[in-house]
Design a protein. Structure first.
Length: 296
């Protein structure tokens, strides 16, 4: 456990435009409660301060790993962040916590960091933040065709091999994600050689999530977390920070978080208690398409 302080305005500005920050502060303090986008993103009078604290929490985890005070970390924060773009808050996200911490790591001496996002939804905000920043590689594996509507594999043709989208078919589950980890995460990390990996982990890709249609089980989440931890150990001295994003069944968030801790500490094991009851589609041709587009 680490002591956390709220992110400063300067730290938030590593990703977000100052005008967005001041507008959100005014809306939360003077006009809340209310809805600020169609997701709908609901804010209260404390939301601005909550969002500063969430971003500060991820920065604290990241610096602890960077400084060697922690081997790795898991930032369990709310509100989440991966939909928040540099100039707009959206999708239940106020500030893009993971993008801010990644930029902070760059400001503290790193040259190359990677963000891997396996929330069920496309990490449009993180993609927007790093669209033209060659120091950051971004990968999002998500269900194609749901909110926010972006995340097709050709979204960023100028950044092949650096901005990678894996638009998955509905009901893709443990088998498809394992293929994605082995056939896309692995060559991506090997090619980019990040010095630190950040993971946007959302538990809404679980088969029982009420707002998406994917097929991961808790066991699948554990396998995925173990695979990214192993990649970090092999390529960046184990430096990895998991950051909580979505998840709309609290039980899945609890079980999935336990899986992250098991993978990060190497202690404990989870039981296969919630196998996916749905049949998985074959995602091999989609995975091949992504590999070919990026030359992996
Ligand atoms: Zn999500």
């Amino acid at each position: 456990m680490l002591d956390v302080k709220p992110a400063s305005r300067d730290e938030i500005s590593l990703v977000h435009h100052p005008k967005l920050v001041s507008t959100l502060e005014r809306i939360c303090r003077e006009e809340a409660p209310g809805i600020i986008d169609y997701a709908p993103t609901y804010v209260t009078q404390s939301s601005f301060d909550d969002a500063l604290l969430a971003a500060g929490g991820v920065i604290t985890c990241s610096r602890a790993v960077l400084n060697g005070d922690a081997n790795n970390a898991f930032a369990i924060v709310r509100p989440p962040g991966h939909h928040a773009e540099p100039d707009r808050a959206m999708g239940f996200c106020i500030f893009n916590n993971i993008a801010i911490a990644a930029r902070d790591a760059l400001a503290h001496g790193l040259d190359r960091v990677m963000v891997i996002d396996y929330d069920a939804h496309h990490g449009n905000g993180t993609q927007a933040a790093f669209l033209n920043d060659d120091r950051v590689a971004f990968l999002s594996a998500h269900q194609w065709g749901i909110y926010p509507g972006t995340g097709w594999l050709t979204d960023a043709p100028h950044a092949r091999g650096r901005i990678v989208n894996v638009p998955l078919l509905a009901y893709a589950g443990d088998q498809a994600y394992e293929q994605v980890a082995d056939q896309i995460f692995k060559p991506f990390v090997e090619a980019f050689k990040p010095q630190m990996i950040f993971v946007s982990v959302g538990f809404d890709a679980h088969w029982s999530d009420p707002i998406t249609m994917l097929g991961l089980s808790t066991q699948g989440y554990l396998t995925l977390a173990k695979k990214v931890v192993a990649l970090a150990e092999e390529h960046c001295g184990g430096k990895i920070v998991f950051v909580l994003e979505g998840g709309y069944d609290p039980l899945n968030v609890a079980n999935g978080s336990e899986a992250v801790f098991i993978a990060a500490t190497g202690k404990g094991e989870s039981e296969a208690r919630d196998p996916n009851p749905h049949k998985e589609p074959d995602c091999e041709s989609r995975i091949d398409e992504v590999r070919k587009w990026h030359g992996f």
